[in-house]
Design a protein around this ligand. Structure first.
Ligand SMILES: [Zn+2]
Ligand SMILES: [Zn+2]
Length: 375
C-alpha cells in the first residue's frame, strides 16, 4: 500500500516548508537554482504536460517523494558523499539532478526541459486560460491517476488556480480502481485534511466522476453524492448503445439533481496510445436541451486524445443555451496544463466567457453546483 503524506499528517506546511518543497516556476529558475525537491517536481511537471512516458516521469516523482522524508542534514551529507543512490527511488539521473541543485546550479536536465517543454501547449486560447479560475475534473492515485491528492492540489496552486475539484472514479469502473462508498468517504476526510494545510487562497473541492449507468442512474449512493461539492457524470461503458437508448440514458443522468457537469459526452478517442474510438450516437439537441434546462454544464474535455465534444456539437450546445466547463481531466499533475487545448477551442468557437462555469469565483461556482441559484 502506498503511504500518503496527508494520511500520515506529514504533509508539509507550505509556510514552513516552502524552501524545501517549492513552489517552483520558470521565473524563479532564471536567477537561482531550485531546491532539489522543487527541481525534481518541476521536471516531472514539464514531462507530464508534454505527455512523456510514465516511467520517465515516475523516476523524478519517486525521487522527490524520497527526499521529502529526508532530514536536510542527511540530504546534504549524502549529496556530498554521493550515497543518494542507496535510497529508494533515486537513480543515476535523479542523483545528478539533486547533486547539481545542492551545488547551487540549475540542473542541466531541467534547463533543457525549460527550453523545450515549458511553452504554451498550443496556439490561441490565452485569454480564456487567463480567465479560468479552476478545474472541475481530475484524478489522483486513489483511482487511475498517477499522483497523490496533495500533489495535484499543490500543482493546481502553482498553475494559478483558485480551486480544483477532485473527481476520482466511481465503483463500477473497476479497471480505474473506482472508489467504493467507503473509500470515497475516507477520501473526503483526506480532502479536508489537505485543505487544512493550504490556506485560504485555494480550495480543493470534493467531487466525483460518476459513471452513468445503463439506465441513466448514477453509480454512487444518493447520500454521498449529496455531500459533494460537484458531480461530473460520464458514460464509460456500453458506448455503442443504440441512439434512442443512449439519448434516454444521458437525459436521465442530466436530470439527476446531483449532476453538475456532463463529462466527455461522445466518448470519442481521436489519437494516442489507446487507439481511436468513434463517438457515441445520441440525439444531441435533446441531450443539450436537458443540460440547459437542468443547468448542467457541457464539458469541453481538454485531453488531446479526446477533444470532446467535437466542434459541431459545441455549436449545438451553444444554440441550446448550455453552460460549459473547460476541464483538464488530468491524471497527473502536469496534465493540469492540458487546459491550454480546451481554451484554444473555446476561443475559436466564440464561447461567451461567462457561460464557462470555471471562469466563476468559487462562491458562485458552489452556489450553482449546489443548486442554490437559477442563472
Ligand atoms: Zn471519464
Ligand atoms: Zn476523468
Amino acid at each position: 500500500m502506498v503511504v500518503r503524506a496527508a494520511d500520515q499528517g506529514q504533509w508539509p506546511d507550505p509556510d514552513v516548508d516552502k524552501r524545501k518543497f517549492g513552489p517552483v516556476d520558470a521565473t524563479s529558475l532564471q536567477d537561482k537554482a531550485p531546491e532539489p525537491v522543487a527541481a525534481l517536481r518541476r521536471i516531472a511537471f514539464l514531462l507530464e504536460r508534454t505527455r512523456a512516458e510514465t516511467y520517465r516521469v515516475k523516476a523524478f516523482r519517486s525521487a522527490a517523494a524520497t527526499l521529502l522524508t529526508l532530514d536536510p542534514d542527511e540530504l546534504a551529507s549524502r549529496g556530498e558523499n554521493r550515497t543518494l543512490r542507496e535510497l529508494p527511488g533515486i537513480g543515476s539521473v535523479t542523483e545528478e539532478v539533486i547533486g547539481e541543485s545542492l551545488a547551487g546550479r540549475v540542473p542541466a536536465y531541467l534547463r533543457r526541459l525549460e527550453e523545450e517543454a515549458a511553452g504554451p501547449l498550443t496556439e490561441g486560447g490565452e485569454q480564456f486560460r487567463a480567465a479560468l479560475r479552476g478545474d472541475l475534473h481530475c484524478h489522483s492515485d486513489w483511482s487511475d491517476g498517477g499522483s497523490p491528492i496533495e500533489e495535484m492540489a499543490f500543482t493546481a496552486i502553482e498553475v494559478g488556480h483558485d480551486y480544483l475539484v477532485l473527481t476520482d472514479h466511481s465503483p463500477r469502473l473497476k479497471v480505474a480502481r473506482g472508489l467504493s462508498a467507503e473509500r470515497l468517504t475516507r477520501q473526503l476526510g483526506v480532502v479536508d485534511a489537505v485543505n487544512g494545510h493550504l490556506g485560504d487562497e485555494f480550495r480543493l473541492l470534493r467531487g466525483i466522476e460518476v459513471d452513468i449507468l445503463d439506465d441513466g442512474g448514477l453509480d454512487q449512493t444518493d447520500e454521498l453524492l449529496g455531500q459533494l461539492d460537484l458531480v461530473v457524470a460520464s458514460v464509460h461503458s456500453k458506448l455503442r448503445m443504440d441512439r434512442a437508448a443512449m439519448t434516454r440514458r444521458m437525459v436521465a443522468a442530466v436530470a439527476d439533481r446531483h449532476s453538475n457537469v456532463l463529462g466527455h459526452c461522445t466518448g470519442r478517442l481521436i489519437t494516442g496510445g489507446r487507439g481511436t474510438r468513434a463517438q457515441s450516437e445520441f440525439d444531441a439537441r435533446t441531450v443539450f436541451k436537458a443540460c440547459a434546462e437542468h443547468l448542467v454544464a457541457v464539458e469541453i474535455n481538454s485531453r488531446p486524445e479526446r477533444r470532446d465534444p467535437p466542434d459541431e456539437l459545441i455549436h449545438l450546445a451553444l444554440e441550446a443555451g448550455c453552460l460549459f466547463s473547460i476541464d483538464s481531466d488530468a491524471h497527473a499533475p502536469g496534465q493540469l496544463d492540458f487546459l491550454d487545448y480546451g481554451c484554444s477551442r473555446a476561443q475559436d468557437l466564440d464561447i461567451p466567457k461567462d457561460r464557462v462555469v470555471n471562469t466563476w469565483p468559487v462562491d458562485r461556482l458552489l452556489d450553482w453546483s449546489k443548486g442554490n441559484v437559477r442563472t
